[in-house]
Ligand binder design. Sequence first.
Ligand code: ADP
Ligand code: TRP
Length: 341
Amino acid sequence: MTQAQPTHTTHTAGRVRVLTGAKPTADLHVGNYFGAIKPAVEASLDPAKEMILMCADWHGLTDRAKILEPGKHTAGLLASYLAMGFSLEKNMIILQSEIPEIPEIAWYLSCVSAIGLLERAHAYKDALQSGKEPTAGLFNYPILMAADIVTFDAQIVPVGKDQLQHLEYASDMVKLFNNAVGRPVLFEPKALVQETQLLIGIDGERKMSKSYGNHIPLFAAKKDIEKRIKEVKTDSKGLDDPKDPETCAVWQILKSFGSKDAIDYMEDRLRKGTGYGYGHAKKDLMDEHERVFGSKRELYEHYLNSPREMAQLLAPSNSQARHIAATVRQRVRDALGLGIL
Ligand code: ADP
Ligand code: TRP
């Protein structure tokens, strides 16, 4: 049941505030582009939406053995979104670790959340099953994520199915908090479940993922990308045989980022078969990769190597975000009767 929402929020008139979070990781690949970067870039160009893209570097710290990783990959993540055309005109790209209001609000949420709720989290249980150490950070992950969302009065949060439970938890925590203080103070977000299919990897079997080593990077050296594309698994149909695009990993991968013309052309040539083998298809995939990502490689590297320029570019996002976060924090503190000095 939805409850009353706060009347005074930080929302921008005429726009829906959409918040999305991405953990900084190495080797961004075509699967990440398809499932995360492309939708965020498109949403940033939609006049009805106000996008907050958060690089969730604190969320990346939950594995003690890899605690030094997020800091290394933040710049690459930010540079990728910028190079691929995320518009900052009416949107924000922010770094979670620059927003001190988030952990403060996470504390308030933790004080209304039962331990049992966190113990039931699928992501937590899966992490334990796969041998991860149960740090308090891993356990509290859903609280931090809920705080990311409520600190910005987010209205819509697009998530994959794997993150849906975390969004339900965020709603639960909002209700628990609002009930505890006796009035609507935190804004309850809505999850927008993304139905996009997972992109297949170059092994033609599992989803594209760096952990399976079956990925095609976005901005690696051209020869490395070429090597990966040559490795895409295909069946043994010959040059002139008609081929089924639906079962062809080369076409599936092209479909995730290519232009309509390139996709239609390859589909047609594969179906007809004559004179168009998998080698041709791979060459076309490489050309399209070069057109879409290769043309942005220089810009990506430029951002990556100019941290100061990137910081300047993101400074307005940061100050706007800090302003929102400070307003929400004050609302919460007032409701709790804190900070009287
Ligand atoms: P990886 O599996 O390579 O470690 P991550 O888990 O870091 O990738 O993924 C970050 C985001 O990129 C995910 O939340 C998801 O939205 C998207 N993503 C990753 N792999 C794929 C894929 N194969 N197809 C579609 N989206 C993907
Ligand atoms: N937990 C999300 C993931 O693993 C990333 C994330 C962090 C997030 N904070 C968020 C997503 C806030 C949406 C909203 O993919």
